[in-house]
Write a protein that binds this ligand. Structure first.
Ligand SMILES: Nc1ncnc2c1ncn2[C@@H]1O[C@H](COP(=O)(O)OP(=O)(O)OP(=O)(O)O)[C@@H](O)[C@H]1O
Length: 341
């Protein structure tokens, strides 16, 4: 069976989004119903993912899931999958032998975010700018959170193909006069500044510190949420400029990714931070940074941009895939385990 015609997984399907801090689970009983969601839990509260599945899901329902689709932060290489920023190890073979699953698929967390933007209902997105509705065409999702995830979503052969890459680690450089004052105060890693050093929780603090150093001011804030809170209220000049530069840099990177993927279908901002700074993203800087791509400024003006406001976007994306795998080009090689009868 080729990947283009992935064999459907048997229902009920357990769906899981396993982050560094939080784990979210739901069960999809069949193709047409809505997923049954379980309370979000912290990964640190359970010694293993199998314990979490037992206690949070299996002990809480009489439904016995036959399949599992799990999105994890970390490389999927082999039968023991270590998670980034968390002690859990995903062992699909053990899940099959001890938890009763017949079929287990493990995907990348940003692949799940890419799946989510394939059909995000209007109530779960907030428009940035006036470029209009998303077209059925290739898209991009960027997620500033603990790190900076980036994925493309290609539209071809009437299907969606997620492309989870490491786009958060591309180089970024100064552009405006103010950037040239601030960038010398950022700490390079092995000689360079990558997008993730600016566009994540830690990145907010890095930008804030560099602004303070450039202006000869003692930095007073060290927590990302404090920087955005002070910046949004406009009561601290450096925090307000941090937010303004953060959305400018995010706009520039979003524009670069849109160019790479020719994302006429739109660019979507996910991750934990985007939803919390919507008022700043709605200001002029984000779209200005996004559109400022001569000689393609006119093209950029036609590409819509959104914040994903769905509280469980990754789970929703995995559910869309579980319902209709034929609508997606997902490679299952080395990532799918089945009960050997
Ligand atoms: N109000 C806020 N403003 C700016 N940054 C924030 C705010 N609240 C949290 N953060 C930062 O967002 C980051 C967490 O992002 P996010 O919620 O996306 O986590 P995550 O990487 O997806 O992990 P998980 O999937 O385990 O939840 C942390 O760096 C945190 O400091």
């Amino acid at each position: 069976m080729s990947d283009a015609h992935i064999q459907a997984m048997p229902f009920p399907i357990l769906i899981g989004d396993i982050g560094g801090t939080n784990a979210r689970f739901s069960i999809l009983a069949d193709e047409h119903g809505e997923p049954h969601e379980f309370p979000t839990v912290q990964t640190a509260e359970f010694p293993t993912i199998d314990d979490a599945i037992r206690q949070v899901v299996l002990d809480g329902t009489a439904v016995r899931p036959r399949s599992a689709i799990l999105a994890v932060a970390g490389p999927i290489d082999g039968d023991e999958i270590d998670l980034t920023n968390c002690d859990w190890v995903v062992r699909p073979k053990t899940m099959i032998s001890e938890l009763g699953f017949e079929d287990v698929l493990v995907v990348n967390d940003f692949e799940a975010q890419a799946l989510a933007i394939s059909g995000l209902p209007e109530q779960y997105r907030e428009s940035l700018g006036t470029a209009g509705e998303p077209h059925v065409a290739s898209r991009v999702v960027l997620g500033p959170g603990t790190g900076l995830g980036v994925a493309g979503l290609l539209h071809a052969r009437e299907a969606w193909f997620p492309v989870p890459g490491e786009g958060g680690h591309v180089d970024v450089g100064p552009r405006s006069e103010r950037d040239f004052e601030i960038f010398p105060h950022l700490e390079p890693i092995e000689g360079r500044i990558s997008a993730e050093q600016l566009l994540c929780g830690r990145g907010l603090v890095n930008i804030y510190r560099a602004i303070c150093l450039a202006d000869g001011i003692e930095p007073a804030l060290s927590i990302p949420a404090d920087v955005t809170a002070h910046g949004l209220k406009g009561e601290n000049l450096q925090a307000a400029e941090t937010l303004s530069l953060f959305v400018t840099y995010l706009g520039r990177l979003a524009g670069d990714m849109a160019l790479i993927f020719m994302a006429r279908g739109g660019v979507y901002l996910a991750g934990g931070i985007s939803q919390k700074i919507i008022p700043a993203l709605k200001g002029p800087e984000f779209r200005a940074g996004f559109e400022d791509k001569a000689p393609h400024t006119e093209l950029m003006k036609t590409i819509p941009t959104f914040v994903v406001t769905h509280p469980q976007a990754a789970l929703a994306g995995l559910a869309s895939f579980a319902r209709k795998p034929s609508a997606y080009g997902i490679s299952t090689e080395g990532r799918r385990w089945r009960l050997e009868r």
